[in-house]
Design a protein around this ligand. Structure first.
Ligand code: CA
Length: 232
């Protein structure tokens, strides 16, 4: 069965180009031309990936992303017209998984789509695979992989989807130094450099939730010039 992609883009010529290229790669493609239609279609068709433009009629892409994130874990690849750090940070806070700034090449677009779908497949296999532990325990910290929930001192702590994925990845490689590039590739599915600040932002958010003193972290340690190491 081919993977299903929802393309949300109000500009007809770009929508057509994206659909044409995705279909040629063997994906099944649905489309929506505004924010409300995007939400309806995503709820009805359960896509494996959503390509989401930010500037849309009726409801913008940020709002669509925020609403869908409360309901589903589907990866979201955002399309933005501006190479704007603010857009990027807002989008990540809303739960977007990746970003492309217009104009982009079809080759890059298809590579990002593939990377996201592969990442989700790998995560799924890891969690559902035979013999896979359902939770990871580190002192007062429990990561419930089935419910995708973090407990600190037996109390649930709200994590954004990417915060959970990042913590899960770090925890699985406890004691190892992990470079920002490796983390980006495994957690975000990016095959391209240049987004390493994203990792730092998410580490900062995580530290605020799991460290006794976020200013002097003992669980997620920075290894100067190398990356991060999870100490447990
Ligand atoms: Ca648009």
């Amino acid at each position: 069965m081919s993977e299903k992609i929802l393309v949300v883009e109000d500009e007809p010529s770009l929508q057509e180009t994206l659909v044409y290229n995705l279909t040629r790669q063997g994906y099944t493609v649905d489309t929506a031309g505004d924010g409300l239609a995007a939400i309806e279609t995503a709820r009805r068709n359960h896509p494996d990936l959503i390509v989401l433009d930010i500037m849309l009629p009726k409801m913008d892409g940020f709002e669509v992303c925020r609403i869908l994130r409360q309901e589903m874990r589907t990866p979201i690849l955002m399309l933005t017209a501006r190479d704007d750090e603010i857009d990027r940070v807002i989008g990540l806070e809303m739960g977007a998984d990746d970003y492309l700034t217009k104009p982009f090449s079809m080759r890059e677009f298809l590579a990002r789509v593939k990377a996201q779908l592969r990442r989700v497949r790998m995560m799924r296999e890891e969690i559902d695979g035979p013999g896979g532990a359902n939770s990871l325990h580190f002192g007062n910290l429990v990561l419930d992989l089935t419910r995708r929930e973090l407990l600190v001192d037996d109390k649930p702590v709200a994590l954004k989807p990417k915060e959970f994925d990042l913590l899960h990845f770090l925890a699985r490689h406890r004691g190892q130094v992990l470079s920002r590039d490796l983390i980006l590739e495994r957690v975000w599915g990016w095959e391209f450099s240049g987004g390493s600040r994203t990792v730092d932002v998410h580490v900062r958010w995580l530290r605020e939730k799991i460290e006794a003193d976020p200013a002097a972290p003992r669980r997620i340690v920075t290894v100067r010039g190398a990356g991060y190491r999870f100490e447990g």
